[in-house]
Design a protein around this ligand. Structure first.
Ligand SMILES: NC(=O)c1ccc[n+]([C@@H]2O[C@H](COP(=O)([O-])OP(=O)(O)OC[C@H]3O[C@@H](n4cnc5c(N)ncnc54)[C@H](OP(=O)(O)O)[C@@H]3O)[C@@H](O)[C@H]2O)c1
Length: 303
């Protein structure tokens, strides 16, 4: 029997992590790391409730698991919260990345960091994998710092920059704007969406598949996990409403309303992904294809 490779997934209760946990194949023994109670446990999935920011707990985790790979999804990903709480954002997004990266270096294991399209300034799109970051808010600054730590590990590390991720939580909860949209529509409420912000949305199922492929493979450096379509938020919301059977007029076009404490957003962070497509088997998908996967996954019971 071939020994399974051991995978640590941080931020296990989050949106992206749920897709990774649900899709990890039989080649992996998965160790989910979360501050919360287990969402699931089975022969292939071990759950570690701990605080990864406590060095002794992280050391114990690495001693116990001896991972072959780490997919680091844990982060403070709320842009406005990060702007208001810069110290906390730095502790979680930068220092936790540093702590994990140094343990991966010592253990000789693969490190896959989830980063973001919003590290770019939004004025020079589309951005290839080797384009220069230009953060316009504090969240993006912390992600650029985290990327530099990961890149510093050389051939052991991957930075996976995620575009706007569309999907329903597969396990757990987390940061799904689609779930919030659908809840509003079900309550008969409209949602606002701005045509000013342009993205290359990617579905959460494809993101999970690509992260697992990057964790298993020999790829290193920067990758763009982006969809094939370049769309503004109004177009994205219209497509989602139609696909989920809601009237398009439940989406209202609105400008960006500056409000106290609201951090700046980059305008157009469309990602190019030629390098990523050349090195990954997981395909880039259109939003329509991604929505089909999301609907199919929502109808399939988890193992
Ligand atoms: N969703 C998107 O559209 C998107 C786009 C670009 C990039 N990303 C990046 O992708 C990654 C995953 O995003 P997501 O949407 O899945 O976010 P999420 O749903 O908010 O999940 C992030 C997880 O991080 C963990 N976490 C939060 N605060 C923490 C703290 N103080 N200490 C330790 N862990 C903490 C939590 O996991 P536990 O509760 O289990 O501890 C949380 O569930 C992030 O790195 C994010 O920056 C996301």
């Amino acid at each position: 029997m071939i020994a399974r490779k051991k995978l640590i997934v941080t931020g296990a209760n989050g949106f992206v992590a749920g897709s990774v946990l649900a899709q990890a194949g039989a080649e992996w023994l998965v160790h989910a790391v979360s501050r919360g109670e287990p969402l699931a446990r089975h022969e292939q999935l071990h759950w570690h409730t701990c605080d990864p920011q406590v060095p002794a707990q992280l050391d114990q985790l690495f001693r116990e698991v001896k991972p072959d790979a780490v997919i680091h999804t844990a982060a403070l990903a709320d842009i406005d919260f990060c702007q208001k709480h810069p110290e906390l954002a730095r502790e979680v997004n930068v220092e936790l990345t540093r702590a994990l990266a140094s343990r991966c270096a010592a253990a000789g294991c693969k490190f896959v960091l989830c980063s973001t399209d919003t590290i770019f300034d939004g004025e020079h799109a589309p951005y290839a994998e080797d384009a220069q970051p230009g953060p316009v808010n504090f969240y993006a600054e912390t992600k650029v710092a985290a990327e530099q730590i990961a890149v510093g590990l050389g051939a052991q590390a991957v930075v996976a920059r995620l575009s706007l991720v569309v999907g329903l939580p597969v396990m757990g909860a987390g940061n799904s704007f689609l779930a919030k949209m659908i809840a509003s529509w079900k309550a008969g409420q409209t949602i606002g969406a701005t045509p000013r912000e342009i993205r290359t949305p990617v579905d959460v199922i494809t993101v999970g598949q690509a992260l697992l492929e990057l964790a298993a493979g020999k790829q290193h450096g920067i990758f763009h996990l982006a969809g094939k379509d370049r769309l503004n938020r109004l177009e994205i919301s219209h497509q989602i409403a139609t696909r989920f059977g809601f009237p398009k007029d439940l989406v209202i076009s609105q400008g960006v309303v500056p409000s106290p404490g609201r951090a700046a957003r980059p305008r157009d962070v469309s990602l190019l992904n030629a390098k990523t497509c050349a090195q990954l088997q997981t395909p880039a998908r259109t939003l329509a294809e991604g929505l089909s996967l999301i609907l199919k996954m929502s109808e399939t019971p988890l193992p």
